[in-house]
Structure formats: structure tokens, C-alpha cells
Design a protein around this ligand. Sequence first.
Ligand code: SF4
Length: 385
Amino acid sequence: MKNQENNMNNHGNDVNNQGNDMNNQMNKINTEEKTTPRPWIFSLTTKELGLILKSKGKKAYRAKQIMEWIYEKFQINPEKMSNLSLDFRKEINEIIDFSLPKMIKQKISHDKSATKFAFSFLSDEPPVESVLMFNRKRKPTLCVSSQIGCALKCTFCSTAAMGFIRNLTAAEIIFQVWFMRKELERRNFNISHNIVFMGMGEPLLNKKEIAQAIDVFHDDSRFGISWRNMTISTAGLLDGIKWMAENYPQINLAVSLNSPVQQVRNEIMPTQASAPIKRVVDEIRNHAKITGRLPTIEYVLLKGVNTGRTQALSLAKILEDLDCRINLIPFNPTTNSKLQTPELEEQEFFLNLLKERGMKVTLRRSSGKDINAGCGQLATELSDN
Ligand code: SF4
């Protein structure tokens, strides 16, 4: 119940200002006086909700009906849950907190390939950003945050400049996915999608809450998402990669490597300086061996820093006996960094050197650069609210 209580406190009297029906419903709910602690709906399993209802003298099977409204029909307002009695609809609002966090901002990129949402879970802390991305060839991707800020200090990343504020709870992570699924439905998209933990924060420093959230994502009675449609991206935490292999072998692993040269990696990822590159690659290899999954190596291309011939050849060398996919991501400019994006010629030079050595490599075009929703750009606009 600790999480439930925390979440209840996190979701007080916020008013969601999104201009659609759901939020009109929510305005009414969110402005109600809250006099007694109530667990937040996103922090509860169907079983837990049933137990709470039972303890209040209500029928436990109502829990399943409520969860169906929320997770299948995206109806969060109990007053609209038409298969519940009128009396019960009023009573349930006094037992459970159905409020939504305040949405600070929503931005759609010019090419409509990405929408960034910024939510405020607590009024005295920076917003949490989530990104909904569309790609003509693939399912939509929901990019979620796992922390507010980040303790790691990757120099190419805006979130790093925030410092670490706190871990998100499982319920706050679940909410992000629920909200973006609802958005997919609103835009008449098939609800099938991928989830990537590539938003704010290092997910493998918040394993407990991540584990709860991904179990819910996989649960057929709520999201029903295949493990293989989920990806956890890490800066290369050795114990975290091991934990993934042991506990969630079917979830995809992506590791942000960014240079095969220890000194360069230490400079651009200073908190990872204690992890020798060889050990990181060994742990990825071990993960691949245990899980049979193809890992992704992420490599942010930084002009004049990690894009030279020597680094391309060294990268190919250290990965030569690891079956993996390499994603080259041209640096997305951030307000806090002097780093620069390489010219296209420099990007393609690096790409071609890897291809010539038989690597599976793609040069990624980051979605949503114009709305600061690209890789490493989340939180660039904190002062722009
Ligand atoms: S890139 Fe990821 S791990 Fe590194 S500072 Fe940013 S959020 Fe943290």
C-alpha cells in the first residue's frame, strides 16, 4: 500500500487541461475536495481493487468492470461507467482516486511523426515527458520516462542537466502508457504499439518500479503487450543488464555505448567511467547468450568526438563476435551542450565504414527534433513552460 499512498498524495487536485472529452470529465473529478486518503487507480491491480471494495462492503467483481472501463474503453470517469449502479458510481469516487496528473504541454512535430507530452505529477517538481512516435514502417512507439532527472551525467543529454530528482513510481510509468494508448485510440490508430524506456532517466536504476510496470504492460487483463514489443535502454549498467537477462529475457536490450575508446566514453559518459568498455560488451554478450535476443548498440554521433575512422574500426573490432544491431543517432542539439551534430557526410562516412565491416548498422533519423522530443532532448524546455 505504500506506493498507493504515495501515488494518492501525488495526485491531488490537479486539473487536466487537455481539450477533449476525457479531460472535461476529469476536470469535474479533479476539482473535487479530497478529504480522505484514496489509492490512485493506476497503482492498483484488479485483485487489489477488489479487496478494497470488499473491505468497504462492496462486491469485489465490480473491480473487473472498473478495470475494463479504464483499460479497454479508456473511460476514467466512474460517473460514465454505465454498467455500475448510480449509487455505486458515486460511492467509488470516494474510495478510489481517479484523477489524472496535470498536462503541462503537448507538442506535435511539423511532420507529425512525434508528439511530446509533459505531465506534472507533483506541482513542486519538473514535469515528466513522454513521446508518442510514428513510423510508416513500424507500429507506433511509446517512449516513457522512468525517473525525473537522471543521476548519470551524459554530456549529450538534456535530462542529465536536471540532476536526479526522484524515481517515478510504477503507477506513474503505467499512467504514461495508458495516456498515450488513449491518444492512439483518439487518433483512430490501431492500438498495437511498442514501448521503449528511452525517456527521462536510467531505467535500470529504478528496477523495482520498472518491474511492476512491465508486468502490468504484459498482463492480458490490462495492456497485453508482448515482451518482445518492449525495450529497455541503458547507459550500460552491468548489474542491470544481468538483471534483465535473468528476469525479463524476452525484453529487448539497448545499450548506449557511444565510443569504443575508454577515454572518449569516460568524457561523454563520466559516470560510466567505472565500467570498462570490455566489461560492458562482455555483459551484453552474456545477455545475448542467455536470452537469444539481438541487442541494440546505440551510438550518438558527435561531431569531431566519436566519428573518426579509428573509432569506427575499433567499434567494429570490439563488436565483431557479438551479433547485434548498431543504431547511429546523430546528436540532437540541446540547450545545455556545446556538442555539435556531424554533417551528413561525416555521419555517412562512419556508417559506411561499419557496413564495410559487415555490421548490421542503421543511421537513425530522430523523430521530433523540432519539438525537442528527439533522443537526449527531453527536459530541454523546462524553463519554457
Ligand atoms: S542519456 Fe540516459 S542515462 Fe545518460 S543522462 Fe540522459 S537519461 Fe541519464
